[in-house]
Design a protein around this ligand. Sequence first.
Ligand code: SAH
Length: 463
Amino acid sequence: MDFLPLFFDIKGKSVLLVGAGEIALRKARLLSRAGACIDVCALEVDDAVKLMCEQSGGKLSVGDWFELKPSLDDYSLVIAATDNSALNEALSAECHERKLPVNVVDKPELCSVITPAIVDRSPLLIAAASGGQAPVLARKVKRMLDSSFPGAYGNLAKFASRFRSRVKDAIPDMEQRRRFWERCLDGDISEKVLAGNEQAAEKLMQEALAEPNADEGGEVYLVGAGPGDPDLLTFKALRLMQKAEVVLYDRLVSQPILDMVRKDADFVYVGKERSDHAVPQKKINELLLEHAQKGKRVLRLKGGDPFIFGRGAEEIELLSEHGVPFQVVPGITAASGCASYAGIPLTHRDCSQSVRFITGHVKDGVLDFRWKEFVEDSQTLVFYMGLTGLPKICEQLIKHGKDPRTPAALVERGTQPTQRVHVGCLENLQQIVESEEVHAPTLLIIGEVVSLQEKLHWYKPEC
Ligand code: SAH
């Protein structure tokens, strides 16, 4: 982060605005909305700037700044909106020396503070900035935010502010108060305010305040986070990720996805390495129950889909036995994600009418399968957790009659920027993999469909 975002209370404080053209006018408007007293210093002064200066109670100095050299003693902020680079640099240097916040329009290197693009729903204020690096992008973000937050959000913020102290008195506990507000702002009350029916909203608010701790029960969201690319999350997953107060996540959940979880949630890593179960499954089930019984909204975030080799069922069984409410949100499973991003269709009218998802997890050195079913034609086999067992899987398939030349691919870290696809056939895939430095997670796809990869691959990851 190059800048610390802050909101500056400038009401009644003096600001020096140097320059009085079109851009200075925009800055003057902004300063005037925030209640600043605007002193203007410029060679020539636009009428609109002059008016704003007067209305704010500021003074106007017409002339060359180098000659006038106004004292900077009483200012809380200086803004330079001129195209005179010598002036911009001198002013910036002087302000830096005095540790006085300075903004030089379009010259981020001369600024100690920058003015973001804003969406003003006062008292709610949303700011977007790019540290001066990509102002057009910041403005695009502002436009997106502008359309996502209707003007009535200002009313909602005012409504909340009217009830602030009453809610504080009725619910002294900070955590409970936060939850109360979240319920109000997520539900009917905010809908009524946004729809312009404040009377109905007030009535609901009074009812809610009469019973502030109603609906305090916890809930668990068992959410599939997909194979790694955050763009593959569902809307529902994202919504619940933003609501959760406690998050239990494992190794397969990528960092960009974790970054999208509500920032002030408690993050608990319960990740599983193949041979190192950081937290045993039984303990994870109990943790979910414990947090939910304390009234928390608990997010259990899992790679892929929670109901495909995800032990999702075990995790909610205990909750169900204890009557704790839960929701299950499907995610894009690794087979789907890896196949798409590798350019390997899992089925194809010409060569594959079915697809099997198989766990390749080796238990006590043994893979115990009905291999005969796997060697039948016209099907695609997808092995999850198949890297360690790869030589055994290929060997057994060949032994049970599968053609050693059957195409096979190992997709490494599918859908992620570091994705790699290793393509070969049953008899040589292990050799190919040995010559590369392969990292988990990997997904093994076997069948004629793999031969289409050469033509259909499209995803161009970083390396
Ligand atoms: N519930 C998950 C699967 C968990 S089992 C799902 O639906 O995808 C873990 C296995 O999934 C890994 O060993 C690997 O075989 C596979 N896997 C998950 N994410 C993957 C990825 N991004 N690339 C390749 N394989 C992946």
